[in-house]
Write a protein that binds this ligand. Sequence first.
Ligand code: M6R
Length: 371
Amino acid sequence: MTLDEIDKGGFQHFMLKEIMEQPESLRNSIRGRIIEEEGDVVLGGLADVVDKLASSKRIIITACGTSWHAGLVGEYMFEQFCRIPTEVEYASEFRYRNPVVEKDDAIFFISQSGETADTLAALREAKLKGAFVLGICNAVGSSIARETNAGVYTHAGPEIGVASTKAFTSQLTVLALITLLIARKKSMSKIDGKQLASELKLIPDKVEEILNLNDQIEKIAEEFKDATNFLYLGRGYNFPVALEGALKLKEISYIHAEGYPAAEMKHGPIALIDENMPVVFIAPKDSTYEKIVSNIQEVKARGGRIIAIITEEDEFLKNLVDYTIKIPHTIRMLMPILSVIPLQLLAYHIAVKKGLNVDQPRNLAKSVTVE
Ligand code: M6R
């Protein structure tokens, strides 16, 4: 790591610097890996195992915290495009429950640091069972990167802030690249591959557009900084983003926050809704839009204050909710890379306004190397 890399670069906190670096970190994750005219990708770390991976009967993704959230998005990607049954499990659970591992399974271990104790122990347990193990790591040469059979680096660059931001979006990007690699080996056509590849290439510029909303999001943070609870709701690919938004808020602002699939609200969390429970909805114009709108109406009818992440001029939602944050459109599988950015900024600004130590929140370490 050079001094330059660990410098705050003029930003008040590493976390803000890392949020703002995302257009560049995502370009680095993609660089040299997409062959746009072929609608395909090259991932050097998987070159020798790509056939084995594509013929896997099942994929298991194991991780902790934010990396586990990335894994949940990966599950949606692998099942939608590669048609391989995929399970996601907390590393801490996987390692202790004597999991069934078959010879045709591929097990991914996702970790920014590559040193998380539970993920490393799960990897060693999987290896003892003879599993085919793969890493998605940021830290080059880390234990998980070294001990896996193959893998892909995220190339997000050093992440210093305890709250993971750019590492998460790079993990999602690498998962999308792996999806494209496997899907093209299987049944995805060149035309569909090209469309996915070109959408992926547009992502860094779209992230840049969202970062321009920083001032608007800071104003929203001012309105909500005294809240004591928050609910985050999303559907499909944006359900893991709801979990991630809630985790970002709770770890740096110490505000209690929960993420749920929006449809689960009526099975319990709806009892919590009143004017003291702000709700963040991730409501892009996709196939679940109408359903999300009805969830929003349910919250509004109970006096809840709502922030909605939307993807188009949406007069209807603008009139219905308290605040909208408009982000650019992309295909569903890539939407989490965009929709999480406003949630990172919202958590950041709320924590700063509360005067908290954003980069080193209490009780937390950047790399959890103990059980
Ligand atoms: O280094 P890892 O990705 O293995 O770390 C996993 C978690 O400890 C980490 O993502 C943690 O949840 C972050 N503080 C979230 O912001």
